[in-house]
Design a protein. Structure first.
Length: 122
């Protein structure tokens, strides 16, 4: 069985809860995929259109080795133009609305002023 299929079938309770919240474009009309392979990694959740990866982290992500691995993962995703949001499992349990707000804010296009406006003060 392919690794992503196995991961989708063996979701944690937090992944199940979060997926039921994200699926079918329920959050800001964004289409998320779960356990999606990007290069050598499998992202927990990804919105390809917005280039946004959402990773759910349990307590083991506090360990030094896990933090280093997460940093390498995040750097790889960033190198491909993805923004990465890390969410603690406890936030899925206690503050799902706050997690949703954070994702919506992160997925908004980054607004910059026009080049002529930035140079006007020079």
């Amino acid at each position: 069985m392919h690794v992503t299929r196995k991961l989708r079938r063996n979701q944690t309770p937090w992944e199940q809860k979060f997926w039921s919240f994200l699926r079918a474009r329920q959050l800001g009309g964004m289409k998320f995929r779960r356990q999606y392979k990007i290069g050598p990694y499998v992202a927990d959740f990804v919105c390809l259109e917005r280039k946004l990866v959402v990773e759910l982290d349990g307590g083991h992500h506090n360990e030094i080795a896990a933090k280093r691995a997460d940093d390498r993962r995040d750097a790889f995703f960033n190198s491909l133009g993805y923004d990465v949001i890390r969410v603690w499992n406890t936030d899925i349990e206690r503050n799902l609305a706050g997690v949703a707000e954070r994702i919506l804010q992160s997925s908004q296009p980054h607004l910059t002023s026009p080049k002529w406006e930035r140079n006007a003060s020079l």
